[in-house]
Design a protein around this ligand. Structure first.
Ligand code: DCP
Length: 636
């Protein structure tokens, strides 16, 4: 259940940046002949041409949707290019997309606190950068950037095509704007600048939402796509939320949203306004009641986390219908492959970022032979993570057996597994000066860390649905402006904005630039060289296959997000990684499991014991003496 976070005192500028048809853009960069063409990335398997997981905007124009299979997309749009997602170890290999996402993150992180929220989306806290810009006289914003910012969609302003840009330009330069709106205007310019940089340096377009909190920024970032940005002035919040269907809010997509509809007759966020906080608390408890009350008013205190690297690494695979796994040997075969990939990824995280994962978790979806409709779930199982592919494979299999034992409740019946995933979580930075533990875990062949860390995964989504990816939404608050300091800023900002506006206007006129409509300036970048591409277009479509085994691939964003334990743990664990780049030792030493320490060589054990300070209140948590104590005795 969602909980309201305390609201910061000062107004903030938060952006949510979301890449446009991301996997398609990555494939288009690899093969520029696909640019401007109806294209989709498919998770190939032999059933009806595979499932579409990303669809270009050109293909969307023909009616192609992500929910379609390849065959259906071809019927709707015969000229569509279907690109198969790369395959490795019999499953989707998302490394290409992960590292493309990391390129973007590296650019976006240059302007403020940056939280990588998924493989292709990022939150930015641009408050400091916006304040700094407000103090500049005039702000250092080149005309081309200002032009891009002037294409912003400002909620509440007239959206008439002819007037839109003129109105946005006027809004950005308003001398009578309040401090909050001025900060937002600066945020819009900064985001425009970042989007132009992303395009120039990576060739990818992205869209963004700019607001005073994460919740609102996220809600609007996808409102105008592709390659556009949307700003939410405080004055437009109520109108915007008034008609927003409750289910559009991530936290309200499930049971809570259904209950609001069924029990309280609430269809839109605006409908919530007719309930008092007391009533909502009475219905849903104190925390969720308050959260609902604040959400209805666009208030959210959620902070942007300073995190460029994933919170956990997950590898999963689904086995739908006839592909379900029905015996231990086939489960072991797949688990071995998933663990091999997981092992490579945590090893590479260790080498590149000096981070260690602490917990291994296994999730599965299962059904019993004679109880297809049973609601009993396969229990997720965790144990301390031991580095080394063989050890991870061994432990994952034991976790599976333990989970299966519980799932079957001693019934002697057949079973089938329709999804499997393994996750490495509770990742923490290794503090500097702990070289021996690093040597031990990395082994003699580890490579020197590269200058730019490669983030190879994304935070997990708490739903274990390998086929449907739901992006996380974070709620934030809309903060009222404050007093003295603000007033000062307001005055200087008015003058500056007016000056900048005039300067930009003059530059614009002197350059005699043609009237720009829509997002042509950012999009024209992509049109370079397109004339030749059209000649290459094949009317019957183009299928691009990546190297890899011919078996079906289950690539999807959910594979990145399919492990619930970590996300839920995050707030109550002391072993979460500090933001990357920090050398602070944030790991709670009491959380080092003796079972793991005892398996380390003596010199490492001594090193770890050196960190441990005598505790007056030793943890009463039951710990086993060896790794095997995490598993019950084998079934007879
Ligand atoms: N993805 C996936 N499986 C899904 C959904 C998405 O593998 N069920 C992958 C492919 C997408 C990427 O994640 O390119 C990002 O997902 P988005 O939901 O952000 O969608 P797109 O970026 O493709 O398009 P849009 O421009 O609408 O954001």
């Amino acid at each position: 259940m969602p909980v309201a976070k305390p609201e910061p005192q000062e107004p903030r500028v938060i952006a949510h940046v979301d890449m446009d048809c991301f996997y398609v853009q990555v494939e288009q960069r690899r093969n520029p002949a696909l640019r401007g063409q109806p294209t989709a990335v498919v998770q190939y398997n032999d059933w009806k041409g595979g499932g579409l997981i990303a669809v270009s905007y050109e293909a969307r124009g023909f009616g192609v949707k992500r929910s379609m299979r390849g065959d259906e997309a071809k019927r709707v749009c015969p000229g569509i290019n279907l690109v198969q997602v790369p395959v490795a170890r019999g499953k989707a290999d998302l490394n290409l997309y992960r590292s493309a996402g990391s390129e973007v993150v590296a650019i976006l992180a240059s302007k403020g606190k940056c939280e990588r929220a998924s493989i292709d989306e990022v939150y930015l806290d641009l408050t400091d950068a916006a304040k700094e810009m407000l103090l500049q006289a005039p702000p250092d914003s080149p005309e081309e950037i200002f032009m891009e910012a002037a294409k912003s969609n400002i909620l509440g302003l007239l959206s008439d095509a002819g007037e839109k840009e003129k109105n946005a330009r006027a809004w950005l330069c308003r001398s009578d704007a309040d401090y909050q709106d001025k900060l937002l205007a600066c945020g819009a310019i900064i985001v425009a600048q970042l989007r132009v940089r992303v395009l120039e340096e990576t060739q990818f377009t992205c869209s963004a939402g700019i607001a005073h909190n994460k919740m609102l920024a996220k809600l609007v970032s996808g409102m105008h796509k592709p390659a556009q940005q949307t700003v939410v002035p405080s004055s437009s919040v109520q109108d915007f939320l008034a008609s927003l269907p409750v289910k559009k809010m991530k936290q309200l997509g499930g049971k809570l949203g259904s209950s609001l509809q069924d029990d309280l007759g609430v269809e839109t966020i605006g409908d919530l306004l007719s309930f008092t906080e007391d009533k909502l608390q009475e219905q849903y408890g104190v925390n969720t009641g308050t959260w609902l009350w604040k959400t209805a008013r666009g208030i959210s205190g959620e902070e942007v986390e300073d995190r460029l690297l994933p919170k956990s690494h997950g590898c999963g695979k689904t086995f739908p219908g006839p592909r379900a796994l029905k015996n231990s040997a086939s489960v072991k075969g797949w688990l071995d492959q998933l663990c091999e990939e997981l092992s490579e990824r945590i090893q590479s995280d260790l080498n590149q970022n000096k981070r260690i994962a602490q917990t291994l978790t296994l999730h599965a979806r299962a059904s019993k032979e004679n109880e297809r409709d049973s609601t009993k779930k396969f229990p997720s199982k965790s144990c301390p993570l031991r580095y080394g592919t063989g050890k991870i494979q061994e432990d994952a299999m034991k976790l599976f057996e333990t989970g299966l034992h519980e799932f079957l409740e001693s019934q002697n019946t057949g079973w089938s597994i329709t999804s499997l995933s393994v996750t490495a979580s509770k990742i923490f930075d290794i503090p500097s000066g702990t070289s021996s533990i690093l040597r031990y875990i990395k082994g003699p062949s580890s490579a020197a860390p590269p200058a730019i860390p490669d983030s190879s995964s994304v935070p997990e989504d708490p739903s274990l649905d390998n086929d449907v990816f739901v992006k996380p939404i974070h709620e934030e608050q809309c903060q009222p402006s404050t007093s003295q300091k603000e007033d000062n800023n307001t005055h200087s900002a008015s003058a500056i904005s007016a000056k900048q506006c005039q300067a930009n206007e003059e530059k614009r006129i002197s350059k005699k630039l043609p009237e720009v409509k829509g997002t042509s300036s950012i999009l024209k970048f992509l049109s370079r060289g397109q004339s030749t591409l059209h000649e290459k277009r094949k009317s019957d479509g183009l299928i691009c296959s990546h190297q890899g085994p011919g078996s079906s691939s289950e690539a999807n964003k959910a594979e990145e997000h399919n492990v619930p334990a970590e996300a839920e743990d995050r707030n109550n664990t002391s072993s979460c990684a500090e933001p990357s780049g920090s050398n602070t030792w944030m790991f709670n030493i009491q959380d080092i499991d003796p079972a793991v320490v005892e398996e380390l060589p003596p010199e490492i054990q001594r090193e770890i014991q050196g960190w441990v300070r005598p505790s007056k209140h030793p943890s009463t948590k039951r710990r086993g003496s060896t790794i095997s104590s995490y598993f019950p005795p084998a079934r007879s």
